[in-house]
Design a protein around this ligand. Structure first.
Ligand code: MF3
Ligand code: CO
Length: 255
């Protein structure tokens, strides 16, 4: 079931989204060679707590997971695509870092992710991150009233495939509201004109995950959460929570 949100509910979702944006900005500002992923997790935890919000990922356990998620952020490094659990690993020169964060404020959720490099970047990583950001922007631009979920999915997938990148088939975006994961699901590849119609009040997270090698295969780590590319090539992730409004898409997790 898809629950459309009222303008006042969208305003509340915007405030939750702002907390997530601030947490991601703080993590990015602190991320550097030698900094551990647990330190980054603590920074996000502090920003979220100081805003009077609650981390959405901590203890989250979908039916598909064997264990509750044990941290505030996901920190997915190099060949990790998404859902990397922060450890005492210290960032190394040239690492490709994807950080995903979620927070609940006054009962409403925001969910967003960014990718960046630390130290001296590999040119191929910068190209992959730029394509992922472009895929996200294309998906957001397609989220207008009158369009369909398939138009958003096609916009994302077209950017990825044109540049030769892989896509994880059964992972993508989702509705957002009081819960982090609501209907509908928002695939990262699809057919224009298919799927549910986008109406003002629909709030969704759009989250392209692109694989450098162009292959789509991935595996789950022994930790039960981290998804890695099967061929060891690098991956990038970008995500915003957005609202469909009469005047077009509104990014709720912008800084
Ligand atoms: N953006 C991620 C997603 O929608 C956030 C979930 S991370 C989890 O899958 F650890 F909480 F599951
Ligand atoms: Co998400």
């Amino acid at each position: 079931m898809i629950a459309l949100k009222s303008p006042s509910e969208i305003a509340a979702l915007r405030e939750a989204g702002r907390v997530v944006a601030n947490a991601l900005a703080a993590v990015r500002a602190h991320a550097a060679v030698g900094v551990s992923l647990l330190e980054l997790d603590r920074i996000a935890a502090t920003v979220i707590a100081d805003a009077g919000a609650v981390p959405s990922f901590l203890h989250y356990q979908p039916r598909s997971a064997r264990t509750p998620y044990p941290a505030v952020i996901c920190a997915s490094i190099n060949d990790a695509v998404v859902h990397g659990i922060p450890t005492d690993y210290r960032l190394a020169d040239g690492d490709l870092v994807s950080i995903d964060a979620g927070a609940h404020l006054d009962g409403w959720c925001g969910d967003s992710a960014i990718s960046f490099t630390v130290g001296t970047p590999r040119p191929a990583d910068l190209a992959l991150i730029a394509a992922t950001d472009r895929a996200l922007a294309a998906g957001i631009a397609a989220a207008r009233p009158g369009a369909r979920i398939g138009d958003v999915a096609d916009a994302i997938g077209t950017v990825a495939r044109l540049e030769g990148y892989g896509i994880m088939a059964d992972h993508g975006g989702h509705g957002v509201g009081r819960a982090m994961h609501e209907d509908p699901s928002v695939p990262n590849e699809g057919r224009p004109g298919r799927g549910i119609a986008l109406e003002p009040g629909l709030v969704i997270a759009i989250e392209p995950m692109l694989i450098a090698s162009g292959r789509d295969d991935y595996r789950t780590d022994r930790d039960g959460w981290t998804l890695r590319t099967r061929d060891g090539s690098r991956a990038a992730h970008a995500e915003h929570t957005i609202a469909v409004t009469a005047s077009g898409p509104l990014i709720l997790t912008a800084a």
